[in-house]
Design a protein around this ligand. Sequence first.
Ligand code: PGA
Length: 260
Amino acid sequence: MSDKPLVVGNWKANGSIKELEAWASEFVPAKGVHAVVCPPAPYLARAAELLGDRAEVGAQDVSRHQGGSNTGETFAAMACDCGARWAIVGHSERRQNGEDDIDVRLKLLNAAAGGLRPILCVGETLEEREAGSLEEVIGRQVDMALTQRQLNLPITLAYEPVWAIGTGKAATAKQAADSCKLAGTLAQRRLGGARIPVLYGGSVKADNAAGFAGRDGIDGLLVGGASLKGESFSAICAAVAKSRPKAGAKPKSKPRRSKR
Ligand code: PGA
């Protein structure tokens, strides 16, 4: 995984081929930002074709099952065949629609086995936050989805408080950074390895993106509504690029030595 901040657009069940084409013609990549777009599954192949190397494409979900006798399911390897390189798993909207922690664990494993980088979503409801259960809830979601055997998988975590998704009420930058750090620490403890990247998601827009992305502990953003237009997603990517240390500034992590 590159050290660049990751900005992922989740279209949910929105869009059409026409809108995808308009999106692709509006989208301007930002230097130093790794952009990923997750359109609905039927549009993956066209999205990959239209975006080329300007952005990567991801699936919004993959099947928990394996094998052919599963009418209507999309397997990770199929999404990969269509050009997807990432997969969101455990999004709160899917959890609200009946997906449980075991489903999420299986989907994460299937995504990785099918050649996709899983983005594991975790987050608490407002009631849970107000009851002081943040750590318990995130801890359970992380523990149920991850085991030490996944240590070497290219997993990214997305902290998305349910109360901030699609509500226009984003977390404050401090709340987001504190919770992303907590989620990252819990995942690292569970996996027993190095820190994995953590994204913040929930009512991210062009005008608040830099405030999140500039915070220590936040490695990128997961964007829903504001990713639907190529122009606004580009503005978010540009804001993220601006919020990071300029070239020549001391890098956050050690530069890799080139092999001789
Ligand atoms: P939102 O959605 O940006 O529209 O709040 C985020 C998400 O669901 O990933």
